[in-house]
Structure formats: C-alpha cells, structure tokens
Write a new protein. Structure first.
Length: 210
C-alpha cells in the first residue's frame, strides 16, 4: 500500500498512463480517470476523498483503482508536478513533436486527414503523411474485430519496417473521446517522455467530450 497522505502530493499521469488512456476508446474507470487528470487545467492534490470524487466511485473501489494505477506506473504522486500545458495547440505542438522522434520528424493528423502539426518534414510531405495516416485509421477501424477481438492483438499502431523489423515510419492511433488522431513518427519513437503526456493532455483538454 502507498502511504500517500502524510504530506501534500499531486497526481501525475506518466507516459505509459497517457498511452493507456488514449490507446482505444473502450470505457473503463482507469481510462476515464486518467483522461480527466490529463484535461485538468491545474495540478490536483491527492487525497483518498478527492480521488474517489474524481473517479466517481465509493472509497473502497477508488482505493483499489488508485493502487492499481500506481502499481502499473500509470500514475505517480509528485511533490513538484508538471504544470498543465497552456497556450495555443500550434504552439504546444511546435515544442513537443520534435522530441517524440530520434530524428525530430513527426506529424500529427486527425481522422479526416488534416495535418494539425508537424516537425522535420516539409509541409507537402506532412500533409500527405496526415492523409495516409487517416487511411490507416479507417483501415484499422474496419478490421479491429479481427485484430483486437479475434486475435487479441490490442495494439493500434502500424509501421513501415525495414528487412530486420526496425521501424522506418510508425503510426500511432490516438483516441480522445469520440475523436481519433494519428501520430506519425520517423524511425525510433521517444514516447517515454513527458512531452508525450503534454501532447495527449493538450488534445484531451481541447477535444474530450465528457
């Protein structure tokens, strides 16, 4: 058990927690709680009462959920939490996207093929990659029953691979409520960074429909 109420500490979503929150749109208590934290406009101090209210669960169920999220490293308690992202989406994307690839080449598109932001690609290529990613979103949606239910392959990422399996270009499908986005990353991704949380938090604060 985590002894977490001896001093003020704040709920902080980790990169793995942000990934879990947005990897699909299937509703569960953990995903709903993580998305709520990510879309908050201020750090939230932890107490069992506050957590139960956020999760909309009774105390015992909320405590069990809290321990599960801590154990899976989806959530940590921080003395110095990161401030929620602010500013225009364009400004936020210009700061966070370059960090998410070892080459600095990243595109964020929506499910209609619109390029929301890019780094490292010229605009024509970024627009074309956003359109390609929208096709991948549509294809995955058409075949998700086979992939996710029948074969139990729960990932929602697609990649262009070299002969030994290294990623040349990867596409990560992001779910924020009813909205879907695609993160296109050139070569090695760097998703285990706080900038990944900032990206998904920016999308959650703007597009989440409760």
């Amino acid at each position: 058990m985590v002894n977490s109420e001896s001093k003020i500490r704040y709920l902080q979503v980790t990169p793995s927690g942000a990934y879990y929150a947005t990897v699909n749109s299937q509703s569960d208590d953990a995903r709903a709680l993580l998305l709520q934290l990510m879309s908050s406009d201020a750090p939230i101090a932890y107490s069992s009462e506050v957590f139960a209210e956020l999760a909309d669960l009774d105390k015992d169920m909320a405590d069990a959920l809290f321990q599960k999220l801590i154990a899976r490293r989806f959530l940590v308690l921080s003395d110095n939490p990161a401030e929620p992202v602010s500013g225009s989406l364009e400004t936020i994307l210009s700061k966070v996207l370059p960090v998410l690839s070892t080459t600095g080449k990243v595109v964020l598109g929506d499910d209609q093929g619109f390029c929301l932001g890019s780094s490292g690609f010229d605009q024509d290529h970024a627009d074309s990659l956003a359109a390609l990613a929208a096709d991948l979103i549509s294809m995955h949606h058409r075949h998700h029953q086979l992939l996710n239910r029948d074969l139990e392959l729960m990932g929602q990422s697609w990649g262009l691979l070299d002969p030994v399996g290294n990623s040349l270009l990867g596409t990560w499908i992001i779910h924020v409520g009813s909205q879907m986005f695609a993160l296109v990353i050139h070569e090695q991704p760097n998703l285990n960074q706080h900038q990944f949380v900032e990206l998904l938090s920016a999308l959650a604060s703007r597009y989440l429909d409760y």
